[in-house]
Design a protein around this ligand. Structure first.
Ligand SMILES: *Cc1c(COP(=O)(O)O)cnc(C)c1O
Length: 370
């Protein structure tokens, strides 16, 4: 059997280049605490993403926690989000002491449904977290509209949407705050890391303080903070990975076309919604399998792939509302989540990176067309 094929494969820079960058770090011994490489990466990310503020973090989850904390919500506040996301989205809410309330997604985009949000609002609701899941953009206008009318804060978990744009505007510029993960499984990464973008200077200042224990100066601590800082080693990887992103996006865009033509005209199979004016980040290729129409279930395909050393992932099954902590603590799932309940058994993310070769695609195609 061939070597295993995974859903993601991290881009990695030349090791000798990394060594060169690290020589400066070794000579100055400035290894963390907003060091020169860290600050350079923040500047480069601002330029690359076209955003006024980019703050680096030790992980996407820490960034989410700091973003939520920066809103200064009332104790016991509810935050409405989608259950069809990685655990971190819901956990960040609960970890901050707030209550995640799960609402349904739109059938086509699989992102948080503004109408479902509206129904889920209670008198304790203070914020909404939309997730650009698989890189499909949320109904940003719809969510902004609900949040404006009902006086709610709006955060976007943009972990799957690095570099994504709508009509030329960065996804990092919508809502109050956007949070990216720079984990190794993500398109652009720093091994472990996170990133916050915001157009709101006041929030930016709070976020910067919360990231560093709330320390404003040597003599002054302004708020309860955490250690969310990114080290110089991680920043070095980011500086070297950033120029590699475009080539990786191009390779994935080509792979997307190949997968698209593989499933074209096949009953019971669909992929990501095509969104006009959207520049995709090319994070995932989700396949949605209708078992009746296709004749086989998602799990059949998953197992068969696995038997051939192809590790597709059932993102995101189980969904967050299935997790034990959210069942026992009686999180309000105010309403039913019929779309999520259906989709969670149908979605399969295919291997999606520049390491997927012609022979892999043949293999995948053969399994699919059995
Ligand atoms: C990866 C991911 C995160 C968390 O990121 P970490 O950097 O691993 O902490 C948050 N939300 C979503 C949707 C993710 O996929």
């Amino acid at each position: 059997m061939e070597s295993p094929l995974y859903v993601a494969r991290p881009i990695l820079p030349d090791l000798s280049q990394l060594n060169e960058l690290l020589e400066d770090v070794w000579s100055t011994r400035i290894v963390t605490n907003e060091g020169p490489l860290h600050n350079r990466l923040e500047e480069e990310l601002k330029a690359y993403l076209g955003v006024p503020v980019a703050k680096l973090f030790a992980s996407g989850t820490t960034a989410l926690i700091c973003a939520i904390r920066s809103l200064g919500l009332t104790e016991g506040a509810e935050i409405i989000t989608t259950p069809l996301t990685f655990a971190a989205t819901a956990h960040a809410i609960a970890f901050c002491g707030y209550k995640p309330v799960f609402a349904d997604v739109c059938e086509q985009s699989l992102t948080l449904d503004p109408a479902a949000v509206e129904t889920a609002i209670s008198d304790r609701t203070e914020a909404v977290i939309g997730v650009h899941v698989y890189g499909t953009l949320c109904d940003v206008t719809g969510l902004q509209d609900v949040c404006r009318r009902r006086n709610l804060r709006l955060i976007f978990d943009a972990a799957h949407a690095f570099g994504s744009q709508k009509d030329g505007t960065s996804v990092g510029m919508v809502g109050d705050i956007s949070v990216f993960s720079l984990h190794a499984t993500k398109l652009f990464h720093t091994l472990e890391g996170g990133l916050i973008t915001t157009g709101n200077p006041q929030l930016a200042e709070s976020i910067r303080l919360i990231r560093n224990f709330g320390i404003a100066s040597e003599e002054q601590v302004d708020m309860v903070g955490i250690n969310g800082k990114m080290s110089e080693l991680h920043a070095a990887i980011g500086l070297l990975n950033l120029p590699l992103v475009e080539a990786e996006i191009a390779a994935r865009a080509k792979l997307r076309q190949t997968y698209d033509s593989m499933i074209a005209g096949r009953p019971g199979l669909r992929s990501q919604l095509t969104q006009p004016g959207v520049k995709l980040s090319e994070q995932y290729y989700p396949l949605i399998i209708d078992p009746e129409e296709f004749g086989r279930t998602r799990d059949d395909i998953y197992e068969e792939f696995k038997a051939h050393g192809i590790y597709a992932r059932r993102y995101f099954w189980p969904v967050c509302s299935d997790f034990a902590p959210y069942q026992s603590e009686k999180v309000h799932s105010v309403q039913a989540i019929p779309v999520v309940d259906k989709i969670k058994d149908r979605v399969l993310c295919l291997p999606f990176h520049s390491g997927v070769k012609v022979n892999h695609i043949e293999n995948i195609s053969n399994i699919m067309s059995k």
